[in-house]
Design a protein around this ligand. Structure first.
Ligand SMILES: [Zn+2]
Length: 283
């Protein structure tokens, strides 16, 4: 069923849990995620990656996710992730996204604020806006570089900027950099709970943790207590699906090019990751 992303997140936080958001590069993964959410009786967020949105079929996928969300038995929101291009934001909203991450975090502070304000101006009051403060290292779509090593943490969110940033952008959610990275971590992830705590006391809007793949479950369960109401997963979901496909591909090729059977394994891998994550975040 259709729901506002901020309402979904706020209501989860009131019950002491956070809502997972999963990057869906394709419809098979999205079907699996929504089925897992229905099974768990919990809301979920489907993310459209900016690189997907920019492809010729990006808006068709966004529209298909909207249809899936509307028909779901649980609240499902569709968000355009990490957008800097105002035209893509407007197109995604027209195609069915109900929320946008207007991400100016790689820009200087004032330009970051200006991007979120321009997005609000363009998209109107009904589109839920997430903004991001602090630089998140890594690549959303690629887990590691050619040397297969992971990503080091970049700049942390400056908690002293939080109040000003939130009030001037008018964002409904705030993505933070507290030791999290996109892709694969170099070494053990070290979340800075002290920085997160510092941020949480300075704003009432829900916080968002990106790059949650690789952060142990015993750390993630603490998120909601720090007002982190949305947690984004991408790498771990992809890794699971790709290794399942690699393992199952030869047998399904020899079994009469059995794509249908292979998609069943794809679905199972994505659904079980989504189920585990939904359970972890609502513990
Ligand atoms: Zn992200």
């Amino acid at each position: 069923m259709r729901t506002r992303l901020d309402h979904l997140v706020t209501s989860a936080l009131q019950h002491g849990s956070a809502v997972p958001a999963f990057t869906c590069y394709d419809f098979t993964t999205a079907l699996a995620v929504v089925a897992a959410a229905e099974e768990a009786g919990r809301g979920v967020i489907l993310l459209v990656a900016p690189k997907t949105a920019a492809t010729p079929n990006g808006m068709r996928l966004t529209g298909a996710l909207r249809g899936l969300a509307d028909a779901a038995a649980v609240p499902v929101a569709v968000q355009l992730d990490h957008a800097t291009d105002l035209k893509i934001m407007a197109d995604a909203v027209a195609a069915g996204a109900d929320s946008v991450l207007a991400d100016g975090s790689s820009f200087p502070y004032e330009e970051n604020i200006a991007l979120v304000r321009a997005a609000r101006e363009l998209l109107g009051p009904d589109v839920v806006l997430e903004a991001e403060l602090g630089g998140l290292a890594g690549d959303e779509d690629r887990a590691f570089g050619a040397d297969q090593s992971g990503v080091r943490v970049a700049g942390l969110t400056d908690s002293a900027q939080v109040e000003d940033f939130v009030s001037r952008t008018g964002a409904e959610l705030l993505a933070v950099a507290v030791g999290n990275v996109h892709g694969k971590y170099k070494g053990e992830p070290q979340l800075r709970w002290d920085v997160l705590q510092d941020i949480a006391v300075r704003t009432h809007i829900p916080l968002v943790l990106h790059g949650a793949s690789g952060i142990p479950a015993e750390e993630l369960v603490k998120a909601a207590s720090m007002n982190v109401g949305k947690v984004n997963f991408n790498t771990e979901l992809r890794t699971g699906v790709l290794s399942t496909l690699q393992e199952q591909l030869p047998a399904h090729r020899s079994d009469g090019e059995n794509l249908q059977g292979l998609l069943g394994h794809w679905n199972h891998s994505a659904a079980s990751f989504a189920s585990t994550t939904l359970a972890t975040l609502s513990r």
